[in-house]
Design a protein around this ligand. Structure first.
Ligand code: F6R
Length: 614
C-alpha cells in the first residue's frame, strides 16, 4: 500500500527513485509519481495512472536532472486512481511537493477551513490537504518549513508517512511518520528514504527506522536530525539492515509468488534454525525462555491477525489448545479493535503479521496493551512497527515476501506457532515426552517433505489448466486442515479473481451443498488422519451431485484417488503438521490457474501487500 522513496545526494536522483519505486511495486498501487528539484532550480512533478513503467515512458522526454527528489506509488483511498490524484501534490504557491502514505482522518474539516481562506484544491485526496496546510502555516506565520510541518501535524488526525521538498531549499528533505512506516538510509554524502529498506539496500546498509511522531530533517552535508512535533530531539541508533539484493529479486522465476512457493523448504529451515534441535531433543524459543512465568501462567491466549495471518492463527489455536491445554480465541484484528473486549493482565495476546505494519493489528495491540494484556508478536519484517509495539515475540525469518499473495509467510507463521506450542507444552508438562520427541523429529523433516511435494509442480500445472474454466470453487477440510481450506480459497480468489469459499467439510450439508453441480469444482483435503472416513463421505456426497473433485491425498491412499477427478499426493506427516504440506499444492493450484488466465499474479488488482490503513 503506497510506497515512498526519497533521495538527496550527489547522484542523479531520478534513476534512484524509479528503481526504488520498482522495489516497492509489491506493496500494491495504481498510480505513480515523482518530484525533482532540477539543475536549473525548477520543481518538476511527473505523475501517471498505472505502473512505474508508465511513469518512465511519460517522463522519458522531460527534464529529469537534479540530485534531490521524492517519488511515490499510490494505492487509492480518497479519489479515484488518476494522474491528478497521484502523488506528489504541490502547494498552492507551487513551492512545496509532498508524498504521503496513510490516511488523514480529519481531512474534510481541514479542507473546508482552507477553502474558506481561499485556497483552491486540484485533487480529491486527503494528502493535498496536508501540503496546503503546511504551506498556509508557513506563509501566514512566516515560519521555516520544519516549524510549519510541526504545527500542521499537530492539527492532523490520522496515519501518515510523508516526505516534503521545498523549491527554495534544494538541500533539504523533511520526512515524518505516524502509524505508517518510514526508513532513512544513510550513505556517503547521500541520504535515502523508503517505506521499507528495499529501495535503500542497494546503496547502503545503514538505516534509521523512524518511530511514531518523529520528524527527520535530512540536509546535505549534515547528520540526519530527528525531532518530535514540539522540536524535542529524538535519539536514534543507526541500524544495520540484514537484507540483501538477491532476497528481493526474482532469481530466474517468472514471478515472485512462484519463487516464494519454492523457497519454502529453505525458509522453514531458516525459521527452525537453532530453535528445533534434533540432537538436543528440544525446541527453544528465546521469547518463551525470557517470559516463562508470564506465558506459563496465561489464563487465555487471544490471537489477533488479518487475512492469511488469521488463518495461521486458527491453526495456532488448535496447536496451543491440544498441546498446552490453554484456551485460545482467534479474532480478526479489525473486529477486535472495536469490540470492547474483556481482557486483563492474565491474558496473552499473540499478534501475527507478515508485514508488521497492518493498521488494524497495530490498533488491536494498542488496545490490548492498554487493558493490561501481555503481547507476543509473530512477524516477518524485521524492525517493523508491530515487533516494536509488542512485549516480546518471535520472527518467522522467511525473508522478504514480495508477491502480494502470502505464501512462505503462512508456513513460517504456522511453524513458529508449532514451536511455541511445543516449547510451552514442555514447560507446562502438558505433552508426553514421546509425542514431544516425535514432533521435533517430524518438524525437522518437513522441509525435505516440502521438496518432495514441490516436485509435483508439473502435475499441478496440468490440473490447473483443466479447471481454469470454473467461475466458483469450494474448498473443504477438517480439523487442522480446515484453515488450509480457507487459505486455499483465499489464494485462488486473490490472484485469479475466481470466487472461492473455504468450509469445514462437515458444514457442507448445512448450506453450500446447494451450490454443488457439475460446474463447481471442489478441492478436498482428504489425508489419512482421524477424520479421513468422515471426509470420504463428503466426497461421496459431492460426486453424487456430479461435481469434480480435486483431492489432496496421502501418498498411499487408494480410495480417494479412485473417487477423485484429480489428486495431489502429500508425503506422510503427523496430523498437526499437515497444514505445512497441504497448503503448498493449494498455493500452486491458485498460482497456475491465475497464470493460465493471464492475471498479474504478483500484483493482483486492488490488493496491497502492507495494509497500513484500516
Ligand atoms: C493474503 C494476504 C493478506 C494478509 C493480510 C495481513 O495473501 O497477504 O490477507 O495476510 O493483509 O497482512 P499481515 O500479515 O502483513 O498483517
Amino acid at each position: 500500500m503506497c510506497g515512498i522513496v526519497g533521495y538527496l545526494g550527489k547522484r542523479n536522483a531520478y534513476p534512484v527513485l524509479i528503481k526504488g519505486l520498482k522495489r516497492l511495486e509489491y506493496r500494491g498501487y495504481d498510480s505513480a509519481g515523482v518530484a525533482l528539484l532540477t539543475e536549473n532550480g525548477d520543481l518538476r512533478v511527473y505523475k501517471t495512472k498505472g505502473k512505474v513503467s508508465d511513469l518512465e515512458s511519460f517522463a522519458s522526454d522531460k527534464d529529469t536532472t537534479g540530485c534531490v527528489g521524492i517519488a511515490h506509488t499510490r494505492w487509492a483511498t480518497h479519489g479515484e486512481p488518476n494522474s491528478t490524484n497521484a502523488h506528489p501534490h504541490i502547494s498552492y504557491t507551487g513551492n512545496l511537493a509532498i508524498i504521503h502514505n496513510g490516511i488523514i482522518e480529519n481531512y474534510a474539516v481541514l479542507k473546508k477551513q482552507l477553502q474558506e481562506k481561499g485556497i483552491e484544491f486540484k485533487s480529491n485526496t486527503d494528502t493535498e490537504v496536508l501540503v496546503q496546510l503546511i504551506e498556509y502555516v508557513r506563509t501566514r506565520k512566516n515560519f521555516d518549513l520544519l516549524t510549519s510541518v510541526q504545527v500542521a501535524l499537530r492539527a492532523v488526525i490520522g496515519a501518515y508517512a510523508i516526505a516534503i521538498l521545498d523549491k527554495d531549499d534544494p538541500d533539504q528533505i523533511i520526512a515524518a511518520r505516524k502509524s505508517s512506516p518510514l526508513v532513512v538510509g544513510i550513505g556517503e554524502e547521500e541520504f535515502f528514504l523508503g517505506s521499507d529498506a528495499s529501495p535503500i539496500i542497494e546503496y547502503t546498509d545503514k538505516v534509521i527506522y523512524l518511530d511514531d511522531k518523529d520528524i527527520a530533517v535530512i540536509r546535505r552535508n549534515k547528520e540526519v536530525e530527528v525531532v518530535d512535533f514540539h522540536n524535542a530531539k529524538m535519539n536514534h541508533d543507526i541500524t544495520k539492515v540484514e537484507l540483501n539484493l538477491a532476497q528481493i529479486e526474482k532469481g530466474g522465476f517468472p514471478h515472485f509468488m512462484l519463487k516464494e512457493i519454492f523457497e519454502q523448504p529453505d525458509c522453514l529451515r531458516d525459521c527452525m534454525r537453532g530453535r528445533v534441535n534434533v540432537d538436543a531433543n528440544n525446541v527453544v524459543l528465546s521469547a518463551i525462555i525470557d517470559n516463562k512465568e508470564r506465558l506459563m501462567n496465561a489464563r487465555r491466549f487471544i490471537i489477533i491477525a488479518c487475512g492469511t495471518s488469521w488463518h495461521a492463527g486458527l491453526i495456532g489455536k488448535q496447536l496451543i489448545e491440544n498441546y498446552c491445554q490453554i484456551p485460545v480465541e482467534v479474532e480478526y484484528a479489525s473486529e477486535f479493535r472495536y469490540s470492547n473486549p474483556v481482557i486483563n493482565e492474565k491474558d496473552v495476546v499473540i499478534a501475527i503479521s507478515q508485514s508488521g505494519e497492518t493498521a488494524d493489528t497495530l490498533a488491536a495491540i494498542e488496545l490490548a496493551k492498554k487493558r493490561g494484556a501481555f503481547i507476543y508478536g509473530i512477524c516477518n519484517a524485521i524492525g517493523s512497527s508491530i515487533p516494536r509495539a509488542t512485549h516480546t515475540g518471535s520472527y518467522i525469518h522467511v525473508g522478504p515476501e514480495i508477491g502480494v499473495a502470502s505464501t512462505k509467510a503462512f508456513t513460517g507463521q504456522v511453524t513458529v506457532l508449532t514451536m511455541l506450542a511445543l516449547a510451552l507444552a514442555k514447560e507446562r508438562n502438558t505433552i508426553s515426552n514421546e509425542e514431544y520427541l516425535s514432533l521435533i523429529a517430524e518438524l525437522d523433516a518437513i522441509p525435505n517433505k516440502m521438496v518432495e511435494l514441490l516436485e509435483q509442480g508439473e502435475k499441478i500445472k496440468e490440473i490447473s489448466r483443466i479447471f481454469t474454466y470454473a467461475r466458483n470453487f469450494l474448498y473443504l477440510g477438517r480439523g487442522y486442515n480446515y484453515p488450509v481450506a480457507l487459505e486455499g480459497a483465499l489464494k485462488l480468489k486473490e490472484i485469479s479473481y475466481i470466487h472461492a469459499e473455504g468450509y469445514p467439510a462437515a458444514e457442507m450439508k448445512h448450506g453450500p451443498i446447494a451450490l454443488i453441480d457439475e460446474e463447481m469444482p471442489v478441492v478436498v483435503i482428504a489425508t489419512k488422519n482421524v477424520l479421513y472416513e468422515k471426509v470420504l463421505s463428503n466426497i461421496q456426497e459431492i460426486k453424487a451431485r456430479h461435481a469434480r473433485v480435486i483431492a489432496i491425498v496421502s501418498k498411499d491412499d487408494v480410495t480417494v484417488k479412485n473417487m477423485a477427478d484429480a489428486y495431489i499426493e502429500l508425503p506422510h506427516t503427523m496430523e498437526c503438521l499437515e497444514p505445512l504440506l497441504a497448503t503448498i499444492p493449494l498455493q500452486m493450484l491458485a498460482y497456475y490457474i491465475a497464470v493460465c488466465k493471464g492475471k498479474d499474479v504478483d500484483q493482483p488488482r486492488n490488493l496491497a501487500k502492507s495494509v497500513t490503513v484500516e
